[in-house]
Write a protein that binds this ligand. Structure first.
Ligand code: C5P
Length: 239
């Protein structure tokens, strides 16, 4: 098996507040994307990392990575340009994979602190024969379902309360048999809101998706408070 990682990093990071594209913002003095690339490249299973940068900014991203990633031993890092949606960016990343890659991990640049053991566990489960593998954690908040498209500012009526014990919050890297992931991206319509993760697209093909334990430190940096948490986790690791 040859395993590659695709890292979509083309998001603007609007929810994080004004500033550079999210993946390029500094965490502990180093761009978030560099942390994410290192986290994947460190895994023994991963021999190639494809970074999907903001459209038109691939050259800058390449320079940034060259400045930071001098000791990445044998892991090759390629940079391509992304698209308007995460789905487009992932598709462009998959298109850049060489023919001998048969296992693909898709990892959000916005999860810079994923532990290497989580990456290895996902890759190992795909290598052991699962077509689609997702790291997941139990949900701590009770989750309410609402009718989408309510008026902003108006209280939202609750439609249902799914049983919390039956819910999982999923993370990345999500690991796939390459053919399954490619087929999902070819066949599942780019229905905007429909697909917020790659495994969800694979599910729509009718292919089984399985979960392995995720990790608290693989949380997604989305809002300003997440940056505070990420800085604290990094400081603890460096202590
Ligand atoms: O917006 P969200 O936090 O769900 O984005 C998840 C990941 O998808 C981030 O790493 C972001 O950079 C990436 N993304 C992308 N292309 C887009 C939008 C998001 O690569 N057009």
């Amino acid at each position: 098996h040859r395993c590659a990682a695709v890292i979509p990093a083309a998001g603007r990071g609007v929810r994080l507040g004004p500033g550079a594209p999210k993946a390029l913002r500094a965490l502990g003095g180093t761009p978030m994307l560099v942390h994410a690339v290192r986290a994947l490249a460190r895994a023994r299973a991963v021999s190639l990392v494809v970074v999907v940068g903001p459209p038109g900014e691939a050259a800058q991203v390449r320079t940034l990575l060259d400045d930071h990633l001098d000791h990445l031993d044998s892991t090759e890092v390629v940079v391509v340009s992304g698209g308007d949606t995460r789905q487009d960016s992932v598709r462009l990343g998959i298109a850049a994979l060489p023919g001998d890659v048969d296992v693909v991990l898709v990892h959000d640049a916005a999860r810079p602190l994923v532990p290497v053991d989580t990456v290895e566990a996902v890759a190992a489960a795909v290598r052991a024969g699962a077509p689609a593998v997702v790291p997941a954690l139990p949900v701590t908040d009770t989750v309410k379902q609402v009718e989408p498209g309510g008026e902003p500012g108006r209280p939202e009526p609750v439609v249902a309360t799914p049983e919390r014990a039956a819910l999982r919050a999923v993370q990345t890297p999500q690991g796939f048999d390459r053919r399954v992931l490619t087929e999902a991206h070819e066949k599942v319509p780019a229905a905007g809101e429909g697909a917020t993760d790659d495994a969800g697209m694979v599910e729509r093909l009718g292919v089984e998706v399985v979960l392995v334990p995720g990790h608290e430190e693989a949380f997604k940096v989305t809002r300003p408070l997440d940056m505070v948490l990420a800085e604290a986790v990094l400081a603890r690791r460096r202590a």
